[in-house]
Design a protein. Structure first.
Length: 200
C-alpha cells in the first residue's frame, strides 16, 4: 500500500488524477491511499439532486461520479482517498464501507468518543451528528473517492446544503468534541486503523 500525503490540493485536479489512476489499474497494481485537504467546494454525487444545495454562494459546486448526494469539503477536513485494487480482496463494496466506518469508530475510540453507524446512511455519527462521510466509486475492479472526516473544518458551509440529502442532518467535528491533536497526528492514527481493518 502506497501512502501519499498531498496537503491542501485543488478538488478538480485531484478528482481527475484519481480517475486517471483508476483507468490505468491492472491486476498487479498496488493499493494507494491519498491523505489531503481541499479548498472549499461542494460535491454532488451521481444521485445528487441540485435542490439539496440551498445557497452555494461563492463556494463552487462540482458534479462527480461517486455515490451519494451533496457534501462539503474544506480546509480542516481530513480527506482520505482509497484507490484500492479490489481484485485481490475477498470482500465486496458493502464490506469495504463497513471497514472504513469501523476505522473511524476505532479512531474516535482513541479519544474516548463513541462513534456509531446509522441504518442506510453511510458514514459515522456521534450522538446523531455526522462526523465522517463516505462516498465511493467502483469501476475497473478498483475504488476511488473515499472518506471525509471533520477535524477542525468550518461547519457553516454545511448549513448551505442538505448534507447527504437530509434537511435536518446535524454535522459535527473533532475540535468540538475536545480533540486538539494536529491534522497530521489524526491522519496517522486514521491510517493505522484503516490498514488494519482493510486487511483483516
Amino acid at each position: 500500500m502506497h501512502i501519499k500525503h498531498l496537503g491542501l490540493v485543488d478538488y478538480l485536479t485531484t478528482y481527475e488524477a484519481m480517475r486517471t489512476h483508476n483507468r490505468a489499474m491492472t491486476i498487479d497494481s498496488d493499493d494507494e491511499v491519498w491523505l489531503l485537504e481541499h479548498p472549499s467546494v461542494f460535491t454532488l454525487g451521481l444521485a445528487g439532486k441540485p435542490e439539496h444545495i440551498l445557497a452555494a454562494g461563492d463556494i463552487p459546486t462540482v458534479k462527480i461520479d461517486r455515490g451519494g448526494q451533496v457534501t462539503y469539503h474544506g480546509p480542516g477536513q481530513l480527506v482520505v482517498y482509497l484507490l484500492l485494487n479490489m481484485r485481490r480482496r475477498r470482500y465486496g463494496v458493502k464490506s469495504l464501507v463497513n471497514r472504513i466506518e469501523q476505522s473511524v469508530i476505532d479512531l474516535l475510540g482513541e479519544y474516548s468518543i463513541v462513534g456509531a453507524r446509522r441504518e442506510a446512511m453511510p458514514g459515522v455519527y456521534v450522538e446523531n451528528a455526522k462526523i465522517a462521510a463516505i462516498g465511493l466509486r467502483v469501476t475497473n475492479h478498483a475504488t476511488y473517492h473515499g472518506l471525509a472526516l471533520n477535524v477542525d473544518v468550518e461547519l457553516a458551509p454545511f448549513q448551505r446544503i442538505n448534507p447527504c440529502g437530509y434537511a435536518d442532518l446535524v454535522v459535527t467535528r473533532l475540535h468540538d468534541l475536545g480533540v486538539t491533536d494536529k491534522m497530521s497526528v489524526i491522519a496517522e492514527k486514521c491510517l493505522t486503523h484503516l490498514k488494519r481493518n482493510l486487511d483483516d
